[in-house]
Unconditional design. Structure first.
Length: 270
């Protein structure tokens, strides 16, 4: 845990570097532009389709009974937009994750590598296409599990815990690849994942808990329709900041692990 905490402190200090703060602007604007278009053209049709589905299968009575039985009767009037937003939330995470991986992580990797690990050889074990593939593959699994666990939102504390675990697994999968793409070979990356799996998962889960906040703000748009565009923008911005800090945390931990792995290789050869 000492190594995890040391990496956290180094990431916290680095996040306030001017270049890294400015770097958050590009992914934010890209994600904001994509979601502004998607919500403008497709949010209302999605809500209408879900409303028609609920009406056709008499699901309003079922959902109302269920919500009242768990003490959430106040949500009966907004159950359709709530489901729509819960369905869109994983896609919002995906876009932020991909834009961070493509735009920000190369800068983060170079920032950490050149400043703190200039002795490390860049073995180029990853690529931009590989990064997108890992993100998309992980997100497909994530979305499937997300849909299966939607009923847990009737029990908010349990839902937050499950979201943190899912997001932690996804960020661990994506960030380790992106962090080591330039510096580690494919075999080195897999070895670090095997040997440091639980510490890396802890980093992902703690970051996942922080990632629950943007989701809560996003879902707050259900009961504050007038503020919905603003809340969506704030959620995207927070996701970008959380992902950048998470990227720095993984970068410092993984670079240190790679440096130690290379040092062990040198000793074994001697």
């Amino acid at each position: 845990m000492v190594k995890v905490l040391r990496a956290w402190s180094r990431a916290f200090l680095s996040q306030w570097h001017g270049k890294l703060l400015l770097m958050s602007v590009a992914p934010f604007l890209l994600a904001l532009g994509v979601w502004a278009l998607l919500l403008y053209f497709y949010l209302q049709p999605l809500v209408d389709a879900l409303h028609a589905l609920f009406t056709e299968h008499n699901l309003f009575a079922t959902s109302t009974s269920w919500l009242r039985s768990v003490g959430l009767g106040t949500l009966t009037a907004v159950v359709v937009p709530l489901i729509a937003m819960l369905g869109l939330l994983p896609l919002m995470i995906l876009t932020a994750l991909i834009f961070i991986g493509v735009v920000a992580m190369p800068v983060i990797g170079r920032h950490v590598g050149l400043r703190h690990y200039p002795q490390l050889e860049q073995r180029k074990g990853g690529s931009i296409l590989g990064s997108v593939g890992v993100a998309l593959g992980g997100m497909l699994i994530f979305m499937g599990l997300w849909i299966l666990t939607l009923p847990l939102y009737m029990f908010p504390p349990l839902a937050v815990a499950v979201q943190a675990l899912l997001w932690g697994w996804l960020t661990c999968r994506v960030m380790v690849y992106d962090t080591l793409a330039d510096y580690a070979s494919g075999e080195e990356r897999r070895q670090i994942l095997r040997e440091h799996r639980w510490r890396l998962l802890i980093i992902g889960v703690v970051s996942g808990a922080a990632g629950a906040l943007p989701g809560a703000i996003w879902l707050g748009g259900v009961t504050a329709v007038v503020l919905f565009p603003f809340l969506a923008a704030v959620s995207i911005w927070l996701y970008v900041l959380v992902f950048i800090f998470t990227g720095l945390w993984f970068a410092y931990y993984c670079m240190e692990a790679l440096a130690q792995l290379r040092a062990q290789e040198v000793i074994s050869k001697e």
